[in-house]
Design a protein around this ligand. Structure first.
Ligand code: ZN
Length: 449
Protein backbone atom coordinates (compact mmCIF):
# COMPACT_ATOMS: atom_id res chain seq x y z
CA UNK A 1 0.00 0.00 0.00
CA UNK A 2 2.79 2.35 0.98
CA UNK A 3 4.60 1.73 -2.29
CA UNK A 4 1.47 2.44 -4.29
CA UNK A 5 0.95 5.71 -2.45
CA UNK A 6 4.50 6.90 -3.17
CA UNK A 7 4.07 5.92 -6.81
CA UNK A 8 0.92 8.04 -7.02
CA UNK A 9 2.77 10.90 -5.31
CA UNK A 10 5.67 10.59 -7.73
CA UNK A 11 3.47 10.69 -10.83
CA UNK A 12 1.55 13.63 -9.35
CA UNK A 13 4.81 15.50 -8.81
CA UNK A 14 5.85 14.63 -12.34
CA UNK A 15 2.58 16.00 -13.73
CA UNK A 16 2.77 19.20 -11.71
CA UNK A 17 6.42 19.74 -12.74
CA UNK A 18 5.43 19.28 -16.38
CA UNK A 19 2.56 21.74 -15.95
CA UNK A 20 4.87 24.22 -14.27
CA UNK A 21 7.34 23.96 -17.14
CA UNK A 22 4.56 24.36 -19.71
CA UNK A 23 3.35 27.56 -18.09
CA UNK A 24 6.92 28.91 -17.86
CA UNK A 25 7.47 28.20 -21.56
CA UNK A 26 4.11 29.82 -22.30
CA UNK A 27 5.05 32.93 -20.33
CA UNK A 28 8.31 33.43 -22.26
CA UNK A 29 6.74 32.50 -25.58
CA UNK A 30 4.23 35.34 -25.14
CA UNK A 31 6.85 37.73 -23.80
CA UNK A 32 9.36 37.17 -26.60
CA UNK A 33 7.04 36.67 -29.57
CA UNK A 34 6.23 40.37 -30.23
CA UNK A 35 9.86 41.56 -30.36
CA UNK A 36 11.15 42.56 -33.80
CA UNK A 37 14.43 40.68 -33.78
CA UNK A 38 16.91 40.68 -36.61
CA UNK A 39 20.61 39.98 -37.19
CA UNK A 40 21.45 42.86 -34.87
CA UNK A 41 19.70 45.50 -32.82
CA UNK A 42 18.30 46.47 -29.47
CA UNK A 43 15.50 43.88 -29.58
CA UNK A 44 18.13 41.13 -29.88
CA UNK A 45 19.80 42.44 -26.73
CA UNK A 46 16.45 42.61 -24.94
CA UNK A 47 15.75 39.02 -26.02
CA UNK A 48 19.06 37.79 -24.58
CA UNK A 49 18.41 39.72 -21.37
CA UNK A 50 15.01 38.09 -21.03
CA UNK A 51 16.65 34.68 -21.58
CA UNK A 52 18.97 35.54 -18.66
CA UNK A 53 15.89 35.23 -16.44
CA UNK A 54 15.95 31.51 -17.29
CA UNK A 55 19.71 30.80 -17.37
CA UNK A 56 22.69 33.04 -16.51
CA UNK A 57 24.03 33.25 -20.07
CA UNK A 58 26.83 35.63 -20.99
CA UNK A 59 26.20 38.25 -23.67
CA UNK A 60 28.95 39.21 -26.13
CA UNK A 61 28.99 42.02 -28.65
CA UNK A 62 30.95 42.08 -31.94
CA UNK A 63 31.41 45.44 -33.62
CA UNK A 64 29.95 46.25 -37.02
CA UNK A 65 32.59 46.06 -39.73
CA UNK A 66 34.64 43.33 -38.07
CA UNK A 67 35.77 40.62 -40.49
CA UNK A 68 34.75 37.11 -39.51
CA UNK A 69 36.30 34.64 -41.96
CA UNK A 70 34.84 35.59 -45.36
CA UNK A 71 32.06 37.72 -43.84
CA UNK A 72 31.70 41.07 -42.14
CA UNK A 73 29.52 42.08 -39.19
CA UNK A 74 26.79 44.26 -40.72
CA UNK A 75 25.58 47.61 -39.48
CA UNK A 76 23.13 47.48 -36.61
CA UNK A 77 19.48 47.73 -37.59
CA UNK A 78 16.77 49.24 -35.41
CA UNK A 79 13.23 50.20 -36.34
CA UNK A 80 10.67 52.39 -34.57
CA UNK A 81 7.69 52.57 -36.89
CA UNK A 82 6.59 51.95 -40.47
CA UNK A 83 3.40 52.30 -42.46
CA UNK A 84 1.81 52.79 -45.85
CA UNK A 85 -0.96 55.41 -45.80
CA UNK A 86 -3.46 56.42 -48.49
CA UNK A 87 -3.89 59.99 -49.72
CA UNK A 88 -6.11 60.81 -46.70
CA UNK A 89 -3.41 59.68 -44.29
CA UNK A 90 -5.24 56.47 -43.35
CA UNK A 91 -2.70 53.77 -42.52
CA UNK A 92 -3.49 50.69 -44.61
CA UNK A 93 -0.39 48.74 -43.59
CA UNK A 94 1.07 49.35 -40.16
CA UNK A 95 4.21 47.80 -38.66
CA UNK A 96 2.52 48.01 -35.24
CA UNK A 97 0.09 45.27 -36.29
CA UNK A 98 2.80 42.87 -37.43
CA UNK A 99 6.54 43.32 -37.52
CA UNK A 100 6.61 41.01 -40.54
CA UNK A 101 5.06 43.85 -42.55
CA UNK A 102 8.48 45.41 -43.09
CA UNK A 103 11.26 43.57 -44.90
CA UNK A 104 13.78 42.90 -42.15
CA UNK A 105 16.78 45.27 -42.48
CA UNK A 106 14.81 47.77 -44.60
CA UNK A 107 16.53 51.10 -45.15
CA UNK A 108 14.76 54.20 -43.82
CA UNK A 109 12.42 55.97 -46.22
CA UNK A 110 9.78 58.70 -46.11
CA UNK A 111 8.33 59.44 -49.57
CA UNK A 112 5.17 59.40 -51.66
CA UNK A 113 4.56 56.81 -54.37
CA UNK A 114 1.94 56.12 -56.98
CA UNK A 115 0.37 52.62 -56.97
CA UNK A 116 2.40 51.54 -59.99
CA UNK A 117 5.63 52.61 -58.26
CA UNK A 118 4.68 51.10 -54.91
CA UNK A 119 3.55 47.66 -56.05
CA UNK A 120 7.05 46.50 -57.00
CA UNK A 121 7.99 46.94 -53.32
CA UNK A 122 5.17 44.73 -52.03
CA UNK A 123 5.37 41.00 -51.32
CA UNK A 124 2.57 38.50 -50.67
CA UNK A 125 2.57 34.83 -49.75
CA UNK A 126 2.62 32.37 -52.67
CA UNK A 127 0.18 29.89 -51.15
CA UNK A 128 -1.69 31.29 -48.14
CA UNK A 129 -3.91 34.27 -48.97
CA UNK A 130 -4.21 35.68 -45.46
CA UNK A 131 -0.56 35.13 -44.46
CA UNK A 132 2.07 37.86 -44.35
CA UNK A 133 5.32 36.40 -45.67
CA UNK A 134 8.66 36.88 -43.88
CA UNK A 135 11.32 38.50 -46.04
CA UNK A 136 14.78 39.89 -45.31
CA UNK A 137 17.30 42.01 -47.13
CA UNK A 138 20.33 41.72 -44.91
CA UNK A 139 23.16 42.24 -47.34
CA UNK A 140 21.53 44.40 -50.02
CA UNK A 141 20.41 47.90 -49.08
CA UNK A 142 16.74 47.87 -49.95
CA UNK A 143 13.29 48.28 -48.44
CA UNK A 144 9.85 46.79 -48.91
CA UNK A 145 6.60 45.69 -47.32
CA UNK A 146 5.01 42.27 -46.87
CA UNK A 147 1.25 41.90 -46.66
CA UNK A 148 -1.62 39.48 -47.10
CA UNK A 149 -3.36 39.19 -50.47
CA UNK A 150 -6.44 40.90 -49.00
CA UNK A 151 -4.33 43.83 -47.80
CA UNK A 152 -2.70 44.01 -51.21
CA UNK A 153 -6.16 44.20 -52.82
CA UNK A 154 -7.35 46.87 -50.36
CA UNK A 155 -4.25 48.89 -51.09
CA UNK A 156 -4.71 48.59 -54.84
CA UNK A 157 -8.31 49.88 -54.41
CA UNK A 158 -7.21 52.84 -52.27
CA UNK A 159 -6.40 56.26 -53.56
CA UNK A 160 -2.80 57.33 -53.92
CA UNK A 161 -0.35 58.83 -53.81
CA UNK A 162 0.71 56.62 -50.91
CA UNK A 163 2.92 57.85 -48.15
CA UNK A 164 5.54 55.26 -47.27
CA UNK A 165 7.38 55.67 -44.00
CA UNK A 166 10.02 53.36 -42.57
CA UNK A 167 11.58 54.92 -39.50
CA UNK A 168 14.55 52.61 -39.26
CA UNK A 169 18.20 53.15 -38.59
CA UNK A 170 21.25 51.40 -40.02
CA UNK A 171 24.42 52.47 -38.26
CA UNK A 172 27.63 51.19 -36.74
CA UNK A 173 26.84 49.16 -33.66
CA UNK A 174 27.30 45.52 -32.83
CA UNK A 175 25.95 42.02 -33.17
CA UNK A 176 24.92 40.28 -29.94
CA UNK A 177 25.63 36.65 -29.03
CA UNK A 178 24.72 34.58 -26.00
CA UNK A 179 26.78 31.79 -24.46
CA UNK A 180 26.26 29.48 -21.52
CA UNK A 181 28.87 26.86 -20.67
CA UNK A 182 28.31 23.98 -18.30
CA UNK A 183 31.39 22.06 -17.27
CA UNK A 184 31.46 18.29 -17.04
CA UNK A 185 33.91 15.79 -15.60
CA UNK A 186 35.26 14.51 -18.94
CA UNK A 187 36.86 16.36 -21.83
CA UNK A 188 33.95 15.50 -24.14
CA UNK A 189 31.98 18.50 -25.28
CA UNK A 190 28.71 19.07 -27.08
CA UNK A 191 27.73 22.26 -28.87
CA UNK A 192 24.05 23.16 -28.59
CA UNK A 193 23.13 26.06 -30.83
CA UNK A 194 19.92 27.93 -31.46
CA UNK A 195 19.26 31.10 -33.42
CA UNK A 196 17.16 33.99 -32.19
CA UNK A 197 17.18 36.36 -35.18
CA UNK A 198 13.62 35.79 -36.39
CA UNK A 199 10.97 38.40 -35.55
CA UNK A 200 7.43 37.36 -34.63
CA UNK A 201 7.44 33.72 -35.63
CA UNK A 202 6.93 31.08 -32.97
CA UNK A 203 8.13 27.78 -34.37
CA UNK A 204 11.01 29.21 -36.38
CA UNK A 205 12.96 30.16 -34.28
CA UNK A 206 11.53 31.07 -30.88
CA UNK A 207 10.52 27.52 -29.96
CA UNK A 208 14.14 26.35 -30.38
CA UNK A 209 15.57 29.19 -28.32
CA UNK A 210 13.21 28.49 -25.42
CA UNK A 211 13.72 24.74 -25.54
CA UNK A 212 17.46 25.31 -25.53
CA UNK A 213 17.24 27.54 -22.43
CA UNK A 214 15.07 25.13 -20.48
CA UNK A 215 17.27 22.21 -21.52
CA UNK A 216 20.32 24.13 -20.27
CA UNK A 217 18.49 24.79 -17.01
CA UNK A 218 17.71 21.08 -16.68
CA UNK A 219 21.33 20.08 -17.34
CA UNK A 220 22.67 22.72 -14.94
CA UNK A 221 20.85 20.95 -12.11
CA UNK A 222 22.22 17.56 -13.06
CA UNK A 223 24.89 16.36 -10.65
CA UNK A 224 28.12 14.67 -11.86
CA UNK A 225 27.68 15.60 -15.49
CA UNK A 226 30.26 13.91 -17.67
CA UNK A 227 29.88 16.06 -20.78
CA UNK A 228 30.72 19.72 -21.18
CA UNK A 229 27.81 21.64 -22.66
CA UNK A 230 28.33 24.74 -24.77
CA UNK A 231 24.98 26.44 -25.33
CA UNK A 232 25.05 29.30 -27.78
CA UNK A 233 22.40 31.74 -28.94
CA UNK A 234 23.22 33.40 -32.24
CA UNK A 235 21.60 35.18 -35.15
CA UNK A 236 21.47 32.53 -37.89
CA UNK A 237 24.43 32.26 -40.30
CA UNK A 238 26.39 35.45 -39.47
CA UNK A 239 26.08 34.81 -35.72
CA UNK A 240 27.18 31.19 -36.05
CA UNK A 241 30.07 32.22 -38.33
CA UNK A 242 31.10 34.90 -35.82
CA UNK A 243 31.01 32.42 -32.96
CA UNK A 244 33.12 29.93 -34.97
CA UNK A 245 35.57 32.74 -35.73
CA UNK A 246 35.89 33.82 -32.10
CA UNK A 247 36.17 30.24 -30.79
CA UNK A 248 37.97 28.56 -33.68
CA UNK A 249 40.43 26.49 -31.67
CA UNK A 250 37.90 25.28 -29.13
CA UNK A 251 35.27 24.40 -31.72
CA UNK A 252 37.68 22.28 -33.71
CA UNK A 253 37.82 19.91 -30.72
CA UNK A 254 34.12 19.57 -30.15
CA UNK A 255 32.78 16.04 -30.44
CA UNK A 256 29.23 16.56 -31.54
CA UNK A 257 26.46 19.15 -31.81
CA UNK A 258 22.75 19.84 -31.90
CA UNK A 259 20.98 22.72 -33.62
CA UNK A 260 17.67 23.22 -31.85
CA UNK A 261 15.03 24.85 -34.03
CA UNK A 262 11.38 24.41 -35.06
CA UNK A 263 10.40 22.23 -32.12
CA UNK A 264 6.94 23.58 -31.33
CA UNK A 265 4.65 22.73 -34.25
CA UNK A 266 1.51 20.61 -34.16
CA UNK A 267 2.94 17.99 -36.52
CA UNK A 268 5.31 15.05 -36.35
CA UNK A 269 8.73 14.72 -34.84
CA UNK A 270 11.60 14.46 -37.23
CA UNK A 271 15.33 14.69 -37.23
CA UNK A 272 17.90 15.91 -39.69
CA UNK A 273 20.95 13.69 -39.81
CA UNK A 274 24.42 15.03 -39.27
CA UNK A 275 26.74 15.23 -42.28
CA UNK A 276 28.13 11.71 -41.72
CA UNK A 277 25.00 9.60 -41.67
CA UNK A 278 26.73 6.72 -39.90
CA UNK A 279 27.87 8.95 -37.04
CA UNK A 280 26.83 7.84 -33.56
CA UNK A 281 24.77 11.00 -32.90
CA UNK A 282 22.30 9.82 -35.55
CA UNK A 283 22.25 6.37 -33.99
CA UNK A 284 21.63 7.91 -30.57
CA UNK A 285 18.79 10.12 -31.80
CA UNK A 286 17.08 7.18 -33.50
CA UNK A 287 17.53 4.87 -30.51
CA UNK A 288 16.06 7.60 -28.35
CA UNK A 289 12.95 7.93 -30.50
CA UNK A 290 12.56 4.15 -30.51
CA UNK A 291 12.93 3.82 -26.76
CA UNK A 292 10.25 6.48 -26.28
CA UNK A 293 8.00 4.81 -28.83
CA UNK A 294 7.73 8.03 -30.82
CA UNK A 295 7.19 8.06 -34.55
CA UNK A 296 9.63 10.21 -36.49
CA UNK A 297 10.67 11.21 -39.97
CA UNK A 298 14.33 11.06 -40.96
CA UNK A 299 15.75 13.80 -43.17
CA UNK A 300 19.20 13.08 -44.57
CA UNK A 301 21.84 15.77 -44.23
CA UNK A 302 21.35 18.47 -46.79
CA UNK A 303 23.57 21.41 -47.62
CA UNK A 304 20.63 23.75 -47.02
CA UNK A 305 19.28 24.15 -43.55
CA UNK A 306 20.45 25.96 -40.48
CA UNK A 307 23.73 26.61 -38.67
CA UNK A 308 24.94 23.02 -38.94
CA UNK A 309 26.21 24.29 -42.31
CA UNK A 310 28.81 26.38 -40.46
CA UNK A 311 29.67 23.90 -37.68
CA UNK A 312 30.05 21.05 -40.17
CA UNK A 313 32.06 23.05 -42.72
CA UNK A 314 35.52 21.72 -43.59
CA UNK A 315 37.30 23.74 -40.92
CA UNK A 316 35.15 22.36 -38.09
CA UNK A 317 33.46 19.18 -39.29
CA UNK A 318 31.26 18.78 -36.23
CA UNK A 319 28.50 16.21 -36.65
CA UNK A 320 25.37 18.16 -35.82
CA UNK A 321 21.88 16.71 -35.66
CA UNK A 322 18.51 18.46 -35.24
CA UNK A 323 15.35 17.05 -33.73
CA UNK A 324 12.31 19.04 -34.88
CA UNK A 325 8.56 19.11 -34.49
CA UNK A 326 7.39 20.52 -37.81
CA UNK A 327 10.82 21.04 -39.33
CA UNK A 328 11.61 24.28 -41.15
CA UNK A 329 10.71 24.20 -44.88
CA UNK A 330 8.20 21.39 -44.24
CA UNK A 331 5.12 23.10 -42.76
CA UNK A 332 2.85 25.47 -44.71
CA UNK A 333 3.01 28.22 -42.06
CA UNK A 334 6.83 28.38 -42.35
CA UNK A 335 8.27 31.91 -42.70
CA UNK A 336 4.93 33.64 -42.44
CA UNK A 337 2.62 35.33 -39.95
CA UNK A 338 0.83 31.98 -39.62
CA UNK A 339 3.81 30.64 -37.68
CA UNK A 340 2.21 32.22 -34.63
CA UNK A 341 0.94 31.44 -31.16
CA UNK A 342 -2.11 29.65 -32.58
CA UNK A 343 0.19 27.23 -34.37
CA UNK A 344 2.76 26.85 -31.59
CA UNK A 345 1.73 25.95 -28.06
CA UNK A 346 3.95 25.66 -25.01
CA UNK A 347 2.85 22.06 -24.48
CA UNK A 348 4.13 21.16 -27.95
CA UNK A 349 7.53 22.66 -27.10
CA UNK A 350 7.48 20.74 -23.84
CA UNK A 351 6.94 17.48 -25.74
CA UNK A 352 10.05 18.19 -27.79
CA UNK A 353 11.87 19.21 -24.62
CA UNK A 354 11.15 15.77 -23.18
CA UNK A 355 12.69 14.14 -26.28
CA UNK A 356 15.82 16.29 -25.88
CA UNK A 357 16.04 15.57 -22.13
CA UNK A 358 15.88 11.87 -22.83
CA UNK A 359 18.57 12.28 -25.50
CA UNK A 360 20.85 14.07 -23.01
CA UNK A 361 20.31 11.28 -20.48
CA UNK A 362 21.34 8.74 -23.14
CA UNK A 363 24.32 10.88 -24.07
CA UNK A 364 25.44 11.01 -20.45
CA UNK A 365 25.27 7.24 -20.17
CA UNK A 366 27.43 6.54 -23.24
CA UNK A 367 30.74 4.78 -22.63
CA UNK A 368 33.88 5.40 -24.64
CA UNK A 369 36.96 3.18 -24.71
CA UNK A 370 40.29 3.89 -26.29
CA UNK A 371 42.89 1.50 -27.63
CA UNK A 372 46.12 2.34 -25.80
CA UNK A 373 48.28 0.98 -28.66
CA UNK A 374 46.66 2.38 -31.77
CA UNK A 375 49.66 2.01 -34.08
CA UNK A 376 49.07 -1.23 -35.99
CA UNK A 377 47.75 -4.40 -34.39
CA UNK A 378 49.03 -5.45 -31.00
CA UNK A 379 50.73 -8.84 -30.67
CA UNK A 380 47.93 -10.65 -28.92
CA UNK A 381 49.99 -13.67 -27.84
CA UNK A 382 52.19 -11.39 -25.72
CA UNK A 383 49.15 -10.69 -23.60
CA UNK A 384 47.95 -14.25 -23.63
CA UNK A 385 44.95 -13.21 -25.70
CA UNK A 386 45.66 -15.30 -28.75
CA UNK A 387 44.20 -17.76 -29.56
CA UNK A 388 43.27 -19.33 -26.23
CA UNK A 389 40.26 -17.16 -25.42
CA UNK A 390 37.97 -19.40 -27.47
CA UNK A 391 34.59 -20.48 -26.17
CA UNK A 392 32.18 -18.60 -24.00
CA UNK A 393 30.87 -16.51 -26.87
CA UNK A 394 28.43 -19.01 -28.32
CA UNK A 395 25.49 -16.91 -27.14
CA UNK A 396 26.34 -14.16 -29.63
CA UNK A 397 24.69 -16.07 -32.47
CA UNK A 398 27.10 -14.25 -34.69
CA UNK A 399 29.92 -15.37 -36.89
CA UNK A 400 32.53 -13.75 -34.66
CA UNK A 401 35.15 -15.81 -32.84
CA UNK A 402 36.49 -14.55 -29.55
CA UNK A 403 39.64 -13.35 -31.34
CA UNK A 404 37.49 -11.48 -33.84
CA UNK A 405 35.78 -9.66 -30.99
CA UNK A 406 39.15 -8.65 -29.54
CA UNK A 407 40.34 -7.42 -32.91
CA UNK A 408 37.13 -5.51 -33.62
CA UNK A 409 37.19 -3.82 -30.24
CA UNK A 410 40.81 -2.76 -30.65
CA UNK A 411 40.03 -1.63 -34.18
CA UNK A 412 36.93 0.41 -33.32
CA UNK A 413 37.58 1.74 -29.82
CA UNK A 414 39.32 4.98 -30.70
CA UNK A 415 37.75 7.06 -27.95
CA UNK A 416 35.41 8.71 -30.43
CA UNK A 417 32.70 6.09 -30.93
CA UNK A 418 30.68 4.90 -27.92
CA UNK A 419 30.56 1.21 -27.18
CA UNK A 420 26.76 1.33 -27.59
CA UNK A 421 27.20 2.17 -31.29
CA UNK A 422 29.99 -0.38 -31.71
CA UNK A 423 27.74 -3.04 -30.20
CA UNK A 424 24.96 -2.06 -32.60
CA UNK A 425 27.23 -2.03 -35.65
CA UNK A 426 28.80 -5.40 -34.80
CA UNK A 427 25.41 -6.81 -33.83
CA UNK A 428 26.89 -8.22 -30.63
CA UNK A 429 25.14 -7.70 -27.34
CA UNK A 430 26.96 -5.20 -25.15
CA UNK A 431 27.07 -7.59 -22.19
CA UNK A 432 29.11 -9.97 -24.35
CA UNK A 433 31.47 -7.22 -25.47
CA UNK A 434 31.92 -6.23 -21.82
CA UNK A 435 33.45 -9.61 -21.02
CA UNK A 436 36.18 -9.02 -23.60
CA UNK A 437 36.56 -5.37 -22.63
CA UNK A 438 37.35 -6.43 -19.05
CA UNK A 439 40.17 -8.63 -20.34
CA UNK A 440 41.53 -5.92 -22.59
CA UNK A 441 41.50 -3.38 -19.77
CA UNK A 442 43.31 -5.89 -17.52
CA UNK A 443 45.97 -6.28 -20.24
CA UNK A 444 46.25 -2.46 -20.47
CA UNK A 445 45.24 -2.52 -24.11
CA UNK A 446 42.03 -0.59 -23.62
CA UNK A 447 41.15 2.22 -21.30
CA UNK A 448 37.81 3.64 -20.33
CA UNK A 449 37.53 7.35 -20.94
ZN1 ZN B 1 13.94 30.77 -40.75
Amino acid sequence: MKLKKSKVMKSKTKISLANELTSEIDYYLKKLFPLCRSLTGEKNRITLKILQEIIPLDIFEIESGKKVFDWEIPKEWNIKEAFIADKNGKKIIDFRNSNLHVINYSQPIDANFSWSELKSKLYTHDKIDDAIPYRTSYYKEDWGFCLSKKQYKDLSNSDGPFRVLINSNLSNGSLSLGEYILKGTSDKEILISSYFCHPSMANDSLSGVLLSCFLAKYISKKKNRRWNYRFIFVPETIGAISYCYLNEKRLKNIDVGLVITTVGGKGKFSYKQSWQNNHWINFLIEQNFKSLNEEYITYPFDINGSDERQYSSQGFRINVGSICKDKYYEYPEYHSSKDNLDFVKARQIRKSYEIYVSLIESLESLTFYKNTKPNCEVMLSKYDLYPKLGGGFNQTNTIYTSTDIILWLLFLCDGEVPIEKISYDLNIDQSILNETIKKLIKANLLKKL
